[in-house]
Design a protein around this ligand. Sequence first.
Ligand SMILES: [Zn+2]
Length: 173
Amino acid sequence: MTTSDRAPESRNEREQASGSGDAAGRERDLGWMRRAIELSRRCPPSATAFSVGAVVVGADGEVLAEGYSREVDAVNHAEEAALGKLPAGDPRLRTATVYSTLEPCGQRASRPHPCAELIVAAGVPRVVVAWREPALFVEACQGTALLTGAGIEVVELPELAEEARAVNAHLVG
Ligand SMILES: [Zn+2]
């Protein structure tokens, strides 16, 4: 009896499995991000917070959870809303990707843990974002640095940044 076939996958194997880097993987990422942008349009508008959508997708392409800003309460963030629908320690999170229209926050006043910390705590290995947080509510968003510092792969889809930003035209013009 061997244990080698149950050894955790290396980071390299995980990246190959998630399809990052190949054209089909990029198309999949763009498709899920378009879904996240759709969700961001459901956000109750706020003069002091962005409208963001998030989708958590399992390794097999199954939607595990969706969320959008202020879905649950007035200060709710999209990633928080989505992750909050899954039980803590859900094993599917360990191979999942979080798609968020905006870079996850690295600091926030309204909750003890910013979304980047929630994603790290959930054990999610991969995050895809469309739009980098502009210096509007916080000077320089540390979300991406926090995620990559924890070993999480962060992929940016600049081709959808304008669409994600446009949902926030009331804030950023
Ligand atoms: Zn957040």
